[in-house]
Write a protein that binds this ligand. Structure first.
Ligand SMILES: [Zn+2]
Ligand SMILES: [Zn+2]
Length: 534
C-alpha cells in the first residue's frame, strides 16, 4: 500500500509521463493524462496501451473514478476484450458500494455506448434509485435500444422505485421509435395514473410519440392544450406534421410560433424544410432556408443543407441540388450524396450518379443497386451488369426489408418471402386472394424497375412477397373488417407495394397506414395521403 501511495501525485505523473509519447508528457494532471492515453488506445484499438493505462488507474488509486473506468471499459470493448471489460465492472461492484459513484459509472458506460457492459453493472448493483433506472432507460433509448428500454421500464414498474418525469420522457421517446400506438397509450396512461407533473420536455416527447405512432390528431390535441412557451413543443408538432406530409399545416404552425413570439431554433428549420421537401414546396423551402440567416441569425448546419438538397433533388432540380452540395461550407455526408444518387436514378442522370457514388465512402447495397438501375433505365445494360458484378465481388450484403404489425399486444415481424410465421398458411391464403382481387381490379405488378431506392434491394425477391404485403395480409387476416391496419417498415416503401396497397384499401374499404423509414402513408379509398410524392 505504501508503494501505491508513494506513486500518487507528482511521482505518478512522472512515472506515467516517462512511459508516454512526448506530447502527453506535457500534461500535468495524471487523470487527464490517463484519459488521453485511453482515448488514443480506443481509437487505435491498441490493447497493450489499454492494459498499461489500466495498471496506472489502479496504481494511482483511480479505481472509483467513473469517467476513467468507463473509458477503460470502452477501450477494452474496442480491443474485443469483453472479458476484461466485464472484469473491470466486477472489480468495481465488489469493492465500491457507493450508489452515487456507481450511478455515474453506469451513466458514463451508457454514454460511451457500452450497453451490454452497462447492463452487467446494473444487474450487479447492490441498490438502485430513480437515477439508476433513469440512466439505464435513458441510456438504452439514446443508444437506439428502444425495445430494451421499454423492457427495463417494465422491470422498473415491478421494483419499488417510482418513475418520474425523466423516466417518462425516455419511455415516450422509445415508444415513438417503436411506433405502436398500444405502447404509446399505455405509457401515457401510466403517466396520468402516476400523477406525473407534465413539463415542456414531457409535452414535446408526448407530441412526438403520438405523431410517430400515426396519431397526428391526438398529437395536435395535446399541442393545443399545453403550455407552448418552449420551442421544443413546437418543434415536435412541426416535425410530426412533416412526417405525415401535412406541409401546409406545418407552415401554419410555424407562423403561429412567430405570432406567439417564440424564437425558433435550428431544429425548427429542419422540420420546416423536411415538410417542404416531402410535399415539393420548393419556393417555400428556399424562403425558409434564406430566412434562417437573415431573420434569425441561425447558421444552416449539415441537416439543413441535406433537407434543401432533398427538396431540390426530389422536385427534379438535380443540377441545382448538385450546385448546393458544392457550395456547402461543410463536407457533405454520405446521406446527402445518396439523396442526389437517388434523384439521379429517378431523373435518369447516370453521369451525375457516378459522381455521387464516388463520394459515398462506405457503400451499401442500395447505392450500387441505385446506380445499376439508373444504367438499366437508360438501357446501359453493360454498365448495369458491371455494377452488379462489383457488388458480388465486394460481397455487399443486401439490406433486408422488414415489416411489423401488432395484434393483441404481440408484435409480428415479416421479412420478404418470410414463411416462418406460425400462421404462414392462412396468411399466404389471404395474400393470394388479395393478389387475385387486385389483379382483377387492373393491378399490374411493376416488374420493370421500381422508382424508389429501397425496393430495389428487394427487387430480386418476388415482388408479391415483399414484407409490407405480408404484413398487410396478416393484418387483414387478424383484424375485423373496417378497422385500421397499421404496418411499420424499416426501409422506404417500394413503388409496387405502394400501388398495390392503394388498391387494397379501395377493394376492402379499409384504412391502411404504413410508416416507412421516412414518413407515413395513409391509404384510403385507393389513394395515399402522400399523393404519390415521397
Ligand atoms: Zn415492395
Ligand atoms: Zn404514400
Amino acid at each position: 500500500m505504501s508503494s501505491l501511495r508513494s506513486i500518487r501525485g507528482g511521482n505518478a505523473r512522472r512515472l506515467i509521463a516517462s512511459q508516454l509519447p512526448f506530447r502527453f508528457s506535457k500534461l500535468q494532471d495524471p487523470e487527464l493524462l490517463i484519459r488521453h492515453v485511453l482515448e488514443s488506445s480506443k481509437r487505435a484499438g491498441d490493447f497493450k496501451t489499454a492494459t498499461k493505462a489500466h495498471a496506472r488507474i489502479i496504481a494511482c488509486g483511480y479505481w472509483t473514478n467513473p469517467p476513467l473506468l468507463a473509458s477503460l471499459v470502452s477501450a477494452y470493448v474496442r480491443c474485443h476484450r469483453l472479458d476484461l471489460a466485464e472484469r473491470v465492472v466486477h472489480h468495481v461492484t465488489s469493492r465500491c458500494r457507493d450508489l452515487l459513484t456507481l450511478n455515474i459509472f453506469l451513466r458514463d458506460l451508457l454514454g460511451a455506448g457500452q450497453c451490454g457492459v452497462a447492463r452487467k453493472l446494473f444487474d450487479k448493483m447492490p441498490e438502485r434509485d430513480v437515477v439508476t433506472w433513469n440512466s439505464m432507460i435513458g441510456g438504452l433509448t439514446r443508444n437506439g435500444r428502444f425495445h430494451d428500454a421499454l423492457a427495463s421500464f417494465r422491470d422498473m414498474l415491478g421494483s419499488d422505485v417510482e418513475p418520474d418525469g425523466f423516466t417518462f420522457a425516455s419511455v415516450f421517446t422509445s415508444c415513438a421509435r417503436v411506433g405502436f400506438i398500444s405502447h404509446a397509450s399505455w405509457a401515457h396512461g401510466l403517466m396520468i395514473e402516476k400523477k406525473i407533473e407534465p413539463h415542456f420536455i414531457l409535452n414535446a416527447a408526448l407530441i412526438d410519440m403520438y405523431a410517430r405512432c400515426g396519431k397526428i390528431q391526438t398529437a395536435r390535441e395535446i399541442f393545443n392544450s399545453v403550455h407552448r412557451d418552449d420551442v421544443s413543443v413546437w418543434n415536435s408538432m412541426i416535425n410530426g406534421l412533416a412526417i405525415h406530409g401535412h406541409a401546409r399545416d406545418a407552415l401554419t404552425v410555424f407562423s403561429e410560433l412567430e405570432q406567439e413570439k417564440v424564437t425558433p431554433d435550428s431544429i425548427t428549420f429542419v422540420g420546416l424544410l423536411t415538410a417542404c421537401s416531402r410535399c415539393g414546396l420548393v419556393e417555400e423551402g428556399r424562403k425558409y432556408f434564406d430566412s434562417m440567416r437573415s431573420r434569425y441569425s441561425i447558421q444552416p448546419e449539415i441537416q439543413h443543407y441535406g433537407a434543401m438538397v432533398d427538396l431540390l433533388a426530389r422536385a427534379g432540380s438535380v443540377d441545382e441540388a448538385y450546385a448546393m452540395i458544392k457550395e456547402m461550407p461543410m463536407k457533405p455526408d454520405a446521406a446527402i450524396w445518396r439523396t442526389l444518387l437517388s434523384s439521379c436514378r429517378v431523373f435518369k442522370r447516370s453521369r451525375l450518379g457516378e459522381v455521387a457514388i464516388a463520394h459515398i465512402p462506405c457503400r451499401k447495397s442500395g447505392d450500387y443497386v441505385l446506380l445499376s438501375n439508373t444504367y438499366c433505365s437508360l438501357t446501359r445494360w453493360d454498365s448495369a451488369a458491371k455494377m452488379r458484378n462489383l457488388m458480388k465481388r465486394k460481397g455487399v450484403g443486401k439490406n433486408c426489408g422488414k415489416s411489423w404489425v401488432e395484434f393483441a399486444g404481440e408484435i409480428h415481424q415479416f421479412r420478404s418471402g418470410d414463411r416462418s410465421h406460425r400462421e404462414t398458411d392462412a396468411l399466404y391464403e389471404v395474400l393470394d386472394e388479395l393478389i387475385k382481387r387486385t389483379k382483377m381490379a387492373g393491378f399490374v405488378p411493376s416488374m420493370e424497375l421500381v422508382l424508389m431506392d429501397v425496393a430495389d434491394e428487394e427487387k430480386e425477391e418476388n415482388l408479391n412477397f415483399h414484407s409490407e404485403k405480408l404484413a398487410v395480409a396478416y393484418g387483414v387476416l387478424k383484424s375485423s373488417p373496417g378497422s385500421e391496419i397499421v404496418v411499420l417498415k424499416n426501409l422506404r416503401i417500394c413503388y409496387d407495394c405502394h400501388c398495390w396497397i392503394k388498391l387494397v384499401s379501395r377493394i376492402l374499404s379499409r384504412t391502411i397506414v404504413v410508416r416507412d423509414r421516412l414518413r407515413f402513408h395513409q391509404f384510403e379509398g385507393g389513394l395515399c395521403s402522400c399523393n404519390d410524392y415521397w
